[in-house]
Design a protein around this ligand. Structure first.
Ligand SMILES: Cc1cc2nc3c(=O)[nH]c(=O)nc-3n(C[C@H](O)[C@H](O)[C@H](O)COP(=O)(O)O)c2cc1C
Ligand SMILES: [Mn+2]
Length: 468
């Protein structure tokens, strides 16, 4: 079901951010409840797989075998729901977000007794990760995985940071965090060492998920980024057992400290669609689990695209890159990494009326913001860059590969690209799919007013078909 978005400059005010968003989704038919009992081993993942393939709604699993806490998945499975979270029209998402991200709104503090996330506080011997529904996702996974945790850490120089990192359970009170070498909390725990704090926050403001899923400069607190997106400050409170301010309105918070030790973690089925290998990862000791009286666990599905993981990963970075590129090259009109193509691999830049040699400059400039890309494509502004079919139509019909593309060898990429034989190394292919001076294609169709007239009748036919 599609949802008409209000054209607006700000998201709905959400006094209780996560719950209020879930209620909005349910009212719009974008969240459904799974009432029958589901098995946390494989079955939750199977539901997520099918929902992802169908561009389906968010799923609230009300009854999970062996647990008394329900769980929510597929929250950000479609761009439509991401736009709803931000209260930004889908068609102008990047521009609206870029505008909001020109400032930061730091959080306000509340005392623990006013923080829903600390209605229940488990410390010492009460700490048991087995109380929280943490699924076993795929055949061959190394363990049970928290897949939608906002991992918050702190560094004496850089302050607070939030990133979403996968966490594998290592026992009732120990957990791994697999943090890529180019992600910030790798630096935090390596620098600070044993005792470095990290809270795994579940069920927070939807805008904090968007902020934590995108890279911002060191020292740029994602909680302030989320405040800017929300056009209002988030509420934070002191964690119960570690030195960190955490979102007061979260559902569940797992407070940990770095043990100073690592061990082999994985495998896990990744956003690329492939299982990642066992790799060393730091071990964190759980000091407290705090939660609401009746919390909802939050999960995010990863696997072969389409998947929810890449649907919201890096979404804000595209807006930031657009804003910065435009200042240097005003003819840049949009930037996107389509989730269908596994996000980190294809970067599409849309230009309007640009001098031909500058197309190459703009494509090279894009890799400054998106160093992991393998394919960089420039298209004209009649191409919808979020529509992969449209982009490939341009590549098919506006490109002479020999004339309009070039390759740069031995550049950087992400650590889990299964095609790179030397880790984090790849070549990059640049494709200028704009129309060149001697382009011969003419686009023709019925007149626009005829299309609009027919559209009314056609929509009616489609509606009847759906109701049959
Ligand atoms: C659902 C989801 C899962 C992710 N899992 C990981 C992960 O396991 N390890 C990692 O390094 N990054 C992971 N990421 C990407 C980072 O969260 C993201 O790039 C973030 O901007 C890193 O922030 P940082 O630079 O502040 O560390 C994931 C992103 C999403 C949306
Ligand atoms: Mn960061």
């Amino acid at each position: 079901m599609t949802v008409a978005l209000q054209r607006g400059e700000r998201p709905a005010p959400r006094p209780d951010p996560f719950r209020d968003f879930l209620n909005e989704l349910e009212a719009a038919g974008e969240l459904v409840r799974v009432t029958g009992e589901v098995d946390p081993q494989y079955e939750i993942c199977a539901y997520c797989r099918l929902a992802a393939d169908a561009a389906g709604p968010a799923l609230l699993f009300e009854s999970i075998k062996g647990y008394d806490i329900p769980a929510l998945a597929n929250l950000f499975g479609t761009r439509q729901r991401i736009a709803m979270a931000a209260g930004a029209p889908l068609s102008e998402f990047s521009s609206v977000i870029a505008e909001r991200l020109r400032r930061r709104i730091p959080p306000v503090g509340v005392v623990g007794s006013e923080a829903p996330c600390q209605q229940v506080v488990l410390t010492g011997r009460e700490v048991d990760l087995g109380r929280v529904p943490i699924p076993f996702w795929n055949v061959g996974d190394g363990g049970n995985y928290i897949s939608a945790g906002i991992n918050m850490g702190a560094h004496p120089k850089w302050g607070r940071n939030s990133g979403i990192y996968r966490n594998m359970v290592r026992g009732r009170n120990e957990i791994f965090a697999q943090i890529a070498p180019d992600h910030q909390q790798r630096l935090f725990y390596e620098d600070v060492g044993k005792g470095c704090p990290m809270a795994i926050v579940l069920g927070a403001d939807p805008l904090l998920y968007l902020a934590a899923g995108s890279d911002f400069p060191l020292g740029d607190d994602e909680v302030g980024v989320a405040g800017a997106l929300r056009c209002a400050p988030l509420r934070v409170t002191k964690a119960a057992a570690i030195d960190l301010d955490i979102p007061a309105d979260a559902e569940i918070v797992i407070e940990t400290e770095y043990t100073g030790q690592s061990d082999e973690e994985g495998p896990f089925n990744e956003f690329t669609g492939y299982q990642s290998e066992r790799r060393p990862a730091p071990i964190w000791s759980v000091k407290a689990i705090t939660m609401r009286r009746e919390p909802i666990m939050h999960l995010a599905f990863a696997g072969k695209p389409p998947n929810e993981n890449i649907a919201f990963w890096r979404e804000l970075e595209d807006a930031v890159a657009l804003d910065a590129l435009r200042r240097r090259f005003p003819m840049v009109t949009n930037v996107a990494r389509p989730a269908e193509l596994a996000r980190d691999f294809w970067g599409i830049v849309q230009v309007n009326n640009i001098r031909p040699m500058y197309v190459r400059n703009v494509m090279l400039a894009l890799t400054y913001f998106m160093p992991r890309l393998k394919y960089i494509v420039a298209v004209d502004d009649d191409i919808d860059i979020h529509n992969v079919t449209d982009v490939f139509w341009a590549i098919s019909t506006r490109v002479d590969p020999g004339r309009d593309s070039f390759i740069v060898e031995n550049t950087g990429t992400g650590p889990i690209d299964p095609s790179s034989y030397v880790a984090s190394t790849t070549s990059k292919l640049f494709i200028d799919a704009t129309r060149k001076a001697h382009f011969r294609g003419i686009v023709s169709s019925p007149p626009q007013d005829v299309i609009e007239k027919v559209r009314v009748r056609f929509d009616e036919i489609m509606r009847r078909r759906r109701n049959d």
